[in-house]
Design a protein around this ligand. Structure first.
Ligand code: GNR
Ligand code: NI
Length: 171
């Protein structure tokens, strides 16, 4: 197990589409590293691409700080249906540190995914789980939460991180 470093914008890998996990492929070691990295950060969700692994693997834990861990793993997750009704959450992303913006997304989604044993499941996600899974599935498709806010705000955020990365590279 290891804490892995988390990619931040404007790393171009965050814009790539992740590959499906093959039937029978063992991703337990990857999932262990993802939980360790996510709990250390800390975050409520993580997509494998955020640690530079382009596989369709997501970890989630929505437990509060004082509660026991509730680790959830979603392999090859797909949104099957979305509600018409939207809900708004203030989102953040470990790949865009210290930026928080309101995002509207479908309030309820039906999600199909495989577990670590390769068994397929379907769940109706609502509330924070629905938002978090949509945020993570976006990552698997190279989409970031800032793509759901105004272009003006997005451009400002990207510019700030691009400048900071250039300054860091020049040192
Ligand atoms: O830790 C996280 N919090 C969060 C809050 C609102 C909506 C989505 C998230 S996911 C984020 C961790 C992350 O970047 N996952 O990709
Ligand atoms: Ni994120």
């Amino acid at each position: 197990m290891a804490i892995r470093s988390i990619l931040t914008i404007p790393d171009p890998r965050l814009r790539l589409v992740s590959e499906p996990v093959a039937p029978g492929e063992d991703v337990r070691a990857l999932v262990d590293d993802m939980f360790e990295t996510m709990y250390d950060a800390p975050g409520i969700g993580l997509a494998a691409v955020q640690i530079g692994v382009l596989k369709r693997v997501v970890t989630v834990d929505l437990a509060k700080k004082d509660e026991p861990h509730q680790p959830q793993v979603f392999i090859n997750p797909e949104i099957i249906t979305r509600s018409d009704g939207l809900s708004t959450y203030e989102e953040g992303c470990l790949s865009i540190p210290d930026v928080h913006e309101d995002v509207d997304r479908p309030a309820v989604t039906r999600v199909r995914y495989a577990d670590l044993d390769g068994k397929t499941h379907e769940i109706d996600a609502e509330g924070l789980l629905a938002t978090c899974l949509q945020h993570e599935i976006d990552h698997l498709n190279g989409v970031l939460f800032i793509d759901h806010i105004s272009k003006l705000k997005r451009d400002r955020i990207v510019k700030k991180f691009t400048k900071a990365a250039k300054r860091a590279a020049a040192e």
